[in-house]
Design a protein around this ligand. Structure first.
Ligand code: FES
Length: 66
């Protein structure tokens, strides 16, 4: 899905950038231009970056026993 329509940046491209080490929207903006025109994509891009860097949830042993 397109996150930044001004620059044609997709969620997959943001996830790829996160895997390459991009930590925040400012760095993403420097690399791609995302957010530097209308700015309406910045919140969604931040959420995608945060999700990409969030640690995987560990399964709770108590739920596995249920
Ligand atoms: S949608 Fe990203 S700068 Fe406009």
């Amino acid at each position: 899905m397109y996150v930044c329509v001004c620059f044609g940046i997709t969620d997959k491209a943001i996830q790829r950038a996160a895997a390459e080490g991009v930590r925040d929207v400012a760095e993403l903006t420097m690399r791609t231009g995302l957010g530097s025109n209308c700015g309406s994509c910045r919140d969604m891009a931040t959420a995608i970056l945060n999700d990409a860097h969030a640690p995987a949830l560990l399964p709770l042993p108590i739920l596995q026993a249920a």
